[in-house]
Design a protein around this ligand. Structure first.
Ligand SMILES: [Zn+2]
Length: 336
């Protein structure tokens, strides 16, 4: 093979020429591509005769990538998008809020069931008696006070309760989630503020005990077998220790449920029977923490939700104020 034909085939022995050819092809291709995509650029038109590197490196305001237009959103487009998002949020937020409220009501019922379970455990350990919310005489004699022996303190050891860094017990499992949120912000997890209400008849020491300092055990109610209609007698109920009328905070340590009147929040949501609200409300009353409903743990250990904002659905209260004052409602042996 001659020298010239050898060079025409592949020229493997001339690396200097290979390098030159490669550079020339590369620059030509790039410049051709640049011209194709910038045909309207005045800089290129003015300088395309010599393909100046300087001209190619200058910014061309007319340059656009091929394929699709690229530009920012206009103000109108942005406003339309924002409006659509706002409408979607407005549609979804109430539904999400409703789901959250339903979840809280479910958690509330689960906590009441747990309390019912611990009451049963307490009864097994205490001769079948429900927990009182005051100190027995023997406990008083040993230096305890009624405040040391409330119903939730008597059953708390059946739980595995969280504790603070200093060892104080968290009482959230004794609170409706509605009140848990409130008490966390206003009193803390270790506060008893916002705890469920125990039927006041199980909290009062009773006339015998008040008159006698010798024996607080002889309470007629202590054996649940004496309850007239267990499925209709509330043991524990939702309370609301906030004050819906005065936008302030009502008592912080109640944990008892009154039998006399509904909570003022129930009035605000529809409970009206002609009496003056100022004389017919009771912050100890069962509270409509879940819409118009209050959750109850009944004496037969079942949990249910009842409307406490409509008089016809309030089966425990008497129909007259006198009947209610007589203590028929919620009374273990006199409840309807
Ligand atoms: Zn609740």
């Amino acid at each position: 093979m001659s020298e010239s034909s050898k060079a025409n085939v592949c020229e493997p022995d001339n690396p200097a020429r290979l390098k030159t050819t490669h550079q020339a092809v590369t620059e030509t291709d790039v410049f051709r591509s640049y011209k194709i995509t910038h045909t309207n650029c005045p800089l290129l038109k003015a300088d395309s005769s010599n393909g100046s590197r300087n001209a190619r490196n200058q910014r061309c305001d007319y340059a656009k990538p091929t394929g699709f237009p690229l530009h920012g959103f206009t103000l109108i487009e942005l406003l339309v998008v924002i409006s659509i998002i706002a409408v979607l949020m407005a549609i979804l937020m109430p539904a999400l809020g409703k789901v959250k409220e339903q979840a809280r009501a479910v958690v509330c019922k689960a906590r009441l069931r747990d309390i019912g379970s611990t009451f049963r455990l307490y009864m097994q350990d205490n001769n079948g008696c429900l927990p009182p919310s005051w100190a027995f005489q023997s406990e008083l004699n040993s230096g305890k006070t009624d405040g040391d022996m409330t119903w939730f303190l008597r059953v708390k050891d059946y739980y595995d309760l969280k504790r603070s860094a200093t060892g104080s017990v968290h009482y959230n499992l004794f609170k409706c989630p509605i009140m848990e949120d409130w008490s966390r912000k206003n009193a803390g997890d270790t506060s008893a503020a916002g705890i469920y209400g125990y039927n006041i008849f199980f909290i009062e020491t009773g006339q015998d005990a008040r008159n006698s300092s010798t024996d607080r055990k002889r309470m007629w109610w202590k054996n649940p077998a004496g309850i007239k209609i267990p499925s209709e007698l509330p043991l524990i109920a939702d309370l609301d220790t906030r004050d819906p009328l005065n936008a302030g905070l009502e008592g912080t340590s109640r944990w008892l449920m009154s039998y006399i009147n509904p909570h003022p929040a129930a009035y605000a949501k529809g409970w009206m029977n002609g009496d003056s609200m100022s004389t017919r409300h009771d912050y100890y009353g069962p509270a409509p923490n879940h819409g118009v409903n209050c959750n109850f743990l009944m004496a037969d250990n079942h949990v249910e939700s009842r409307n406490v904002c409509r008089e016809g659905e309030w089966p425990w209260l008497g129909t007259t104020f006198i009947e209610q004052m007589s203590g028929r409602a919620f009374h273990p042996t006199r409840n309807p």
